[in-house]
Design a protein around this ligand. Structure first.
Ligand code: IVH
Length: 694
C-alpha cells in the first residue's frame, strides 16, 4: 500500500499533488521546446532532476499518477496483440503526380470543379516517408493512437505511440474540445534506421529495406520498451475537430491548412518547418526543384511533396473520390537510378555462413552519396540478371538505403566478358559450399570457417548477448587468425599472458578483458541462449524460450511441436532450434560452455509460468477470402504468434478455415470435409480471451 503522506511526513497530499501538476507542466513545456520546436531552453541535467523528482513522488504516492504524466510513456510489459479499431474519419491516400504536367492538370481540374479561373492557393508540405497514424485526444488528453490500416480501420497502438516524445500526452490548450483527432506521419530518422539494420545484420535477421518499413514494423512491435529504444518521431499535418466543439470552446478560427499547421504547432505538435504557401504553378515548381536536392540533406526520408488546396471551404466543395481527396496530390520524386560499371563481384560470408555476392562499382553519385558497392542478394538474383564482370548496370537508391543493382544493360557488355558464377567453395575457408535446390541462399557449412567463427564470437560478446566489454571486431579477427580461439568456448580458456602477445595489448587491458570474460559466466540462461546465435532466435525470442524451457536439457530434448507451441514462436524458429540441438558439434559446444561455468538453468526468480493459448496452439488454420479488417498476412501472423499453424490448402488435417468475402473453392472443400469455419471476429475472439500469464 502507498504510504499515507499525512501521517508519514505531515505534508498534505494536496501540496504534493500541486507539486506533481507543476512538475508535469514544466516538463511538458521543456519537452515541447526540445522535441516540437527544436529549440531547447532547459539543460538536460535540470530536466533529469525534475523528472526524477516527479518519478519519486509518483512511486511513493501512486494515487498521484495521471495518464498524461511524462513518466507514463513506456509500458511495463509487452501486449499480446493489438486490437482493431474503427477510424472516426477514414484516412485517405493521395493521388500521385510525377511531372509538372500532372500537377497542372490537377490544378486545372480543381479550378474547373470550383468554377474558378485563377490559381488556387496551395500549401506545399514535404511528403514524409513513414507510416500515417491517427491520434485521438479527449478533453485534451491522448487516449488513442492507431495505425492507418486499410484507412477505415487500423490497430490500436496507443502504448507504442506514447513512447514518441514529439507527441504530446496532453494538449497545450486552455479549453480543449471534447474530442479532437490529429493525423500525421510517424517516421524513423535515417541514422536510427541505419543503427537498427546494423544490429539486425549482427543478429543474422533480415534487414529492413527502407525507413518506412522499419517505422511500420516498429509501430507494430508488441513490446513498447523496444519501441522506446527505436526513437520514432512524428510530424503532424491534419486536424479534425467537430464544428460544434469549435464554436463552444472558443478555439481560434481555423479555415485553412496553413492556419491548421500553425495551430498544430501551438498546441504541442512537431510540424515540419519546410512548408510553403504557393500562389502560382511556378512557385510549386520552384519549391519542388529546390527540395529535389535539399531533401537529401535532411535527417529523415522524403519521397515527394504533398500539395493541398489551402482553403478548407474549397476542400469541402471538392470532396473525395473513393480513395483520395480531390483537393490534394502527391508530387513524387523519381527513384534515384544511375548507370555505372561493375568492376568486380566479391562474396561476403556472414556469421551464419550465408554467401552474399556484392557488386564492386565504379563510384557513382546517387541520392546525394557516393556509392561504390551494391548488393546482388543471392545466386537466384544473379542468374536473373545474367551478370558479367565489366557489365554496365543500373543501380538504385530510392527509399532503399542499401543500394541495389536493378538491371544490366547487355548491349554495353564488353567483348569477352565473363559471366559471374557463385563460387563452389567458401572464399574464407575453401570448403565446399551448399546450395539447396529450393533455396536462394548459398551457405558455407564448415563450423570452423573463420568467417563463421568470427561472426559467432562477435555475436556472443555483443551487448544484448553476454555483453563482454573490450572485445571488438579487430581483436576477434586477431584471436581467430592467430588460432587462439576456434569457438566461443575457447574464450574461457584465454589467459592474460596470451592476450598480451597480441598487437598493442598491454597488461592492464588484457587483465580487464579476462575479467570481463569471467563476468559473463553470471549472465542468465536467456542471454546465453541468445548468444549461441541460433538462426531466427533474437533476444526477445530467447527470453521467451528460456521462460518456457528453464534449462538447456529440456530445450535440447524438446520436440519441434513443443517449441512451436510457445506463445509467439513460429514453426520456422522451432525448426531452426530443433535442428541446432541435433548437431554433434553444437552438443559439444554446450558441454564445453557448461564446463566453463556458463548458466544454462534459470534461477528460481527467472522461472515463469508457461503461457500457451490452448485454443490455437498446435491447431492448423487456413485463411481465405477478403477479411473485413485484417489483411490475410496479418491474420496468419496473429494465428502463428498465438502458437497456431497456418497452411495454404484445406485438408482433413485442417482444424479451422478463416473465411472472408469472396471465398472460393477452399470454402467448398472445407464444407465438404466438415472443417469448422470462422469469421474474422470469431478468430479474434478465440485469440483474445487468453491473456498471457504474468
Ligand atoms: S496528407 C487526405 N500530408 O502520404 C490527406 N500525407 O500517399 C492525406 N504523407 O497516407 C494525407 N507526408 O502517410 C499528407 N505532409 C503530408 C504527408 C502525407 C506523408 C503520407 C501519408 C499518406 C500518404 C499518401
Amino acid at each position: 500500500m502507498a504510504p499515507n503522506p499525512q501521517s508519514s511526513q505531515g505534508s498534505p497530499l494536496d501540496t504534493l499533488q500541486v507539486r506533481a501538476v507543476e512538475l508535469r507542466k514544466i516538463l511538458q513545456r521543456a519537452s515541447y521546446e526540445y522535441y516540437a520546436l527544436d529549440a531547447p531552453t532547459m539543460e538536460d541535467s535540470v530536466y533529469d532532476a525534475l523528472y526524477h523528482e516527479l518519478l519519486n513522488l509518483e512511486k511513493q504516492y501512486p494515487q498521484l499518477i495521471t495518464s498524461d504524466s511524462p513518466t507514463q510513456r513506456i509500458g511495463e510489459k509487452p501486449v499480446s496483440q493489438f486490437v482493431s479499431v474503427q477510424h472516426n474519419v477514414p484516412l485517405y491516400s493521395l493521388e500521385n503526380a510525377f511531372t509538372s504536367g500532372d500537377v497542372t492538370t490537377w490544378q486545372e481540374r480543381c479550378q474547373k470543379g470550383l468554377e474558378k479561373q485563377e490559381f488556387l492557393d496551395s500549401v506545399c508540405e514535404l511528403k514524409i516517408d513513414g507510416s500515417a497514424i491517427a491520434l485521438t485526444y479527449e478533453q485534451g488528453i491522448l487516449v488513442r493512437g492507431a495505425t492507418r490500416g486499410d484507412g477505415v480501420s487500423g490497430e490500436d497502438i496507443t502504448t507504442n505511440i506514447k513512447t514518441i516524445r514529439s507527441i504530446p500526452l496532453k494538449l497545450n490548450l486552455e479549453n480543449p474540445p471534447d474530442r479532437l483527432e490529429i493525423r500525421g506521419e510517424a517516421f524513423l530518422p535515417i541514422a536510427v534506421f541505419d543503427e537498427i539494420n546494423q544490429e539486425r545484420s549482427q543478429q543474422a535477421e533480415a534487414l529492413f529495406a527502407n525507413p518506412r518499413n522499419a517505422a511500420a514494423g516498429t509501430l507494430r512491435q508488441l513490446d513498447s520498451r523496444i519501441v522506446a529504444k527505436r526513437r520514432l518521431d512524428f510530424f503532424a499535418y491534419t486536424i479534425h475537430i467537430n464544428q460544434e466543439d469549435f464554436a463552444s470552446q472558443n478555439l481560434p478560427d481555423i479555415s485553412s491548412q496553413w492556419q491548421a499547421l500553425e495551430f498544430l504547432q501551438q498546441i504541442g505538435f512537431r510540424v515540419n518547418p519546410n512548408k510553403k504557401l504557393c500562389k502560382s504553378i511556378q512557385e510549386l515548381q520552384d519549391y519542388y526543384d529546390y527540395w529535389s536536392t535539399e531533401r537529401l540533406k535532411l535527417p529523415y526520408m522524403t519521397d515527394g511533396m504533398v500539395i493541398k488546396l489551402n482553403e478548407f471551404s474549397k476542400q469541402a466543395q471538392l470532396g473525395f473520390t473513393q480513395k483520395t481527396p480531390r483537393w490534394a496530390i502527391a508530387w513524387k520524386y523519381p527513384a534515384e537510378e544511375m548507370p555505372t560499371v561493375i568492376e568486380a563481384v566479391t562474396v561476403q560470408v556472414g556469421r551464419t555462413g550465408t554467401l552474399t555476392p556484392v557488386a564492386e562499382l565504379r563510384p557513382v553519385l546517387l541520392a546525394g552519396t557516393t556509392v561504390s558497392r551494391a548488393t546482388l542478394h543471392n545466386s537466384d538474383r544473379l542468374a536473373e540478371l545474367d551478370l558479367h564482370i565489366g557489365d554496365t548496370a543500373i543501380v538504385r537508391k530510392a527509399g532503399e538505403i542499401i543500394p541495389e543493382v536493378v538491371r544490366i544493360l547487355p548491349e554495353l557488355r564488353p567483348n569477352g566478358a565473363n559471366r559471374f558464377v557463385m563460387p563452389t567453395h567458401c572464399p574464407e575457408c575453401g570448403q565446399p559450399v551448399l546450395k539447396p535446390e529450393d533455396e536462394a541462399t548459398t551457405r558455407c557449412i564448415n563450423i570452423e570457417c573463420p568467417a563463421i567463427v568470427r561472426g559467432a564470437i562477435e555475436h556472443w560478446v555483443s551487448r544484448e548477448a553476454l555483453d563482454i566489454n573490450g572485445i571488438g571486431e579487430k581483436l576477434v579477427k586477431q584471436l581467430v587468425t592467430e588460432n587462439h580461439v576456434t569457438s566461443v568456448a575457447d574464450l574461457y580458456a584465454l589467459t592474460s599472458e596470451q592476450l598480451q602477445t597480441l598487437d598493442r595489448m598491454g597488461q592492464k587491458s588484457a587483465d580487464k578483458i579476462i575479467a570481463a570474460i569471467a563476468q559473463s559466466q553470471t549472465k542468465p540462461w536467456a542471454r546465453v541462449l541468445y548468444g549461441l546465435g541460433i538462426r531466427h532466435v533474437g533476444s526477445v525470442n530467447a527470453q521467451n524460450i528460456a521462460d518456457n524451457f528453464p534449462n538447456v536439457e529440456l530445450l535440447a530434448s524438446a520436440s519441434k511441436e513443443a517449441i512451436a507451441s510457445i506463445f509467439g514462436i513460429g514453426e520456422e524458429i522451432a525448426q531452426s532450434i530443433y535442428e541446432w540441438f541435433r548437431k554433434g558439434a553444437n552438443q559439444d559446444l554446450i558441454q564445453k560452455l557448461q564446463d566453463a561455468g556458463l548458466q544454462f538453468v534459470n534461477t528460481m526468480q527467472e522461472s515463469q509460468a508457461i503461457a500457451i493459448n490452448p485454443h490455437i496452439a498446435g491447431k492448423t488454420f487456413v485463411v481465405t477470402g477478403t477479411l473485413p479488417t485484417l489483411k490475410r498476412d496479418e491474420a496468419k501472423a496473429l494465428i502463428k504468434s498465438a502458437g497456431g499453424k497456418v497452411t495454404d490448402s484445406v485438408s482433413k488435417k485442417t482444424h479451422y478455415l478463416v473465411v472472408g468475402e469472396e471465398a472460393g473453392s477452399k470454402l467448398d472443400k472445407a464444407q465438404s470435409l466438415g472443417v469448422t469455419c470462422l469469421s474474422e471476429a470469431e478468430l479474434l475472439e478465440l485469440i483474445t480471451p487468453f491473456p498471457p500469464k504474468n
